[in-house]
Write a protein that binds this ligand. Structure first.
Ligand SMILES: Nc1ncnc2c1ncn2[C@@H]1O[C@H](COP(=O)(O)OP(=O)(O)O)[C@@H](O)[C@H]1O
Ligand code: SF4
Ligand SMILES: [Mg+2]
Length: 330
């Protein structure tokens, strides 16, 4: 359903925020995108529906059902947004219009895309709110009258409004507290599973993605550095960055991660000042001298997995990186 080929995005005055990303997602499947802040996840999501700010340069292809979104006429792009694929953004408070009732905001895309009567769109908006666990009567509320979790439910109802086949959820729960996060994630998962929609779920939290998605791609400095079945990447990452990201989240019932929480020093690089060689080398606990000058491409490592690291060779992951790994026995 979705195939991203060699996607490159450069913001004006900056370097490439997304570099040579290749990904695919079959209908009804769930793909997680992980990585720290600044690794290019949102840029990737925005590029898929041509929502990047003016001036951003985009290269490559974004094939949605075989048609390249990047070269479509604007009329076609507008039809694809909402009706083909829709995005749930991170900050529900900032994404809803504060001076319009939420029911009207859910009804608006239905009216624009489906061209029915206002009364029918309103009725459907009420049904959508009920699907996401809100009473239809809340349609008359303004965003400030709803809690953060309820607002995010409204955003999900909006994303579903025109019957898209793909939902892109960009950190949909980051601004919510932990209990509500779990509810919203479960809701998204139930909705996409029940309606056989495709899901691209973006998060910095690998554990959440491993629970929700079939496959997982880990991004660093604008590139995918590891990709594979979600559980396997989370539990047995091959790339040192994916390992570090995975180890940063304590596992319930795992004393090793409880007593020795691990972090990763430093920050991802700015796209305008990328390190030479493997862009992760300044932070990598397993870096070899050659990593400062030699970049690595994604390689197949077997069983539908790919990773870009000098320690990962051919069909089998190579020798474990040096700082590996108190966790590997758990
Ligand atoms: N509108 C913009 N103009 C210039 N640079 C941007 C813009 N948006 C994002 N960036 C830069 O692109 C990189 C990737 O950002 P982003 O895609 O938001 O990452 P993530 O979603 O993984 O946190 C960052 O270095 C960020 O500073
Ligand atoms: S290529 Fe080198 S620096 Fe990059 S992740 Fe692998 S070991 Fe670390
Ligand atoms: Mg983001």
């Amino acid at each position: 359903m979705l195939e991203v080929r060699n996607l490159e995005v450069t913001y004006p005055g900056g370097g490439a925020a997304v570099r040579g990303v290749n990904l695919s997602l079959a209908a009804g499947r769930k793909l997680g995108i992980a990585g720290e802040s600044g690794c290019g996840k949102s840029t990737l999501a925005l590029a898929l529906l041509r929502l990047l700010p003016a001036g951003a340069r985009v290269g490559g292809q974004v094939l949605l059902d075989g048609e390249d979104v990047l070269t479509m006429r604007w009329g076609q792009v507008r039809a694809v947004r909402w009706a083909g694929a829709s995005i749930v953004f991170q900050g529900a408070m900032h994404s809803l219009n504060p001076v319009h009732r939420v029911g009207d905001q859910v009804a608006e895309p239905i009216l624009l895309h489906r061209k029915g009567t206002a009364a029918a769109a309103k009725r459907q908006a009420g049904e959508l709110l009920e699907q996401v666990g809100l009473p239809a009567a809340r349609a008359s509320a303004y965003p400030h009258e709803l809690s953060g979790g309820q607002r995010q439910r409204v955003m999900i109802a909006m994303a579903l409004a025109c019957g898209p086949r793909l939902i892109i959820a960009d950190e949909p729960t980051t601004a919510l507290d932990v209990m509500i996060q779990a509810q919203i994630l479960r809701l998204i998962e139930q909705l996409v599973t029940g309606q056989e929609l495709g899901l691209m779920m973006i998060s910095h939290d690998l554990a959440v993605l491993a629970d929700t998605c079939d496959r997982l791609a880990v991004m660093y400095a604008g590139r995918v550095v590891e990709e594979g079945p979600a559980r396997e990447v989370y539990e047995n990452a091959a790339h040192p960055y994916a390992k570090a990201l995975s180890a940063a989240f304590p596992r319930i019932g795992d004393p090793a991660s409880r007593f020795a929480p691990r972090g990763l020093p430093g920050d991802p690089p700015d796209p305008s000042a990328l390190p030479t060689g493997c862009t992760f080398h300044p932070r990598c606990p397993a870096a070899l001298p050659s990593c400062a000058t030699e970049d690595q491409d994604l390689r197949e490592t077997g069983a539908g997995r790919r990773a870009a690291c000098v320690h990962v060779r051919g069909a089998e992951p190579g020798p474990a990186p040096a700082a590996e790994d108190a966790r590997s026995g758990t």
